[in-house]
Design a protein around this ligand. Structure first.
Ligand code: HEC
Length: 143
């Protein structure tokens, strides 16, 4: 067997083996969905919910390693920072914190993250959508 063939077989074997690694691609129950006006909700669902809610859509390619590792990590990390499905026991401190964080990522244009936008170009926020989200985030301070 040539060297190239051995390497090829090893790579294919590895790709098959990593498919067997279990992933935490679950959608836990919705504890309390964030309340927001319907136009805001639409933007959040379209651009943020895949990583910041328990209503993640897991497309076929999200199941295939090694890309699945990156996608799963983004969802797990995203939910940890902000989960619109678990807005139930937000006290005044939390909501101030969340408003700060949301305003910051909007200002910096950090969200949605780039790899996601490459796969979901429609999730990109327009200037007017950013403006609406900023106005909404500012209302969270009074909660
Ligand atoms: C593809 C997954 C993904 C999408 C879609 C996404 N985010 Fe995130 N978000 C993350 C990850 C991962 C983190 C944590 C790591 C980081 O800050 O980069 C995060 C962090 C955050 C944080 C916390 C930042 C901080 O400083 O703690 C906020 C707020 C946030 N995202 C808001 C949003 C909003 C608003 C949208 C929609 C416009 C959105 N995200 C879309 C993955 C995502």
């Amino acid at each position: 067997m040539t060297r190239t063939k051995i390497i090829l077989i090893a790579v294919v074997g590895l790709l098959i083996i990593i498919q067997l690694i279990p992933l935490n691609q679950t959608n836990p129950p919705i504890i309390q969905d964030a309340s927001a006006p319907s136009d805001i909700k639409l933007i959040l669902k379209n651009s943020c919910y895949d990583c910041h809610s328990n209503e993640t859509e897991w497309p076929w390619y999200s199941r295939i390693a090694p890309g699945s590792f990156l996608i799963t990590r983004d969802v797990v990390e995203g939910r940890k920072h902000l989960n619109f499905s678990e807005f139930a026991d937000m006290d005044a401190f939390d909501s101030t914190d969340i408003a700060d964080d949301i305003l910051e990522v909007l200002e910096e244009g950090e969200m949605p993250i780039l790899p996601y936008l490459l796969l979901h170009p429609n999730a990109s926020l327009s200037d007017s959508q950013i403006e609406s989200l900023v106005d909404w985030a500012n209302t969270l301070y009074s909660h």
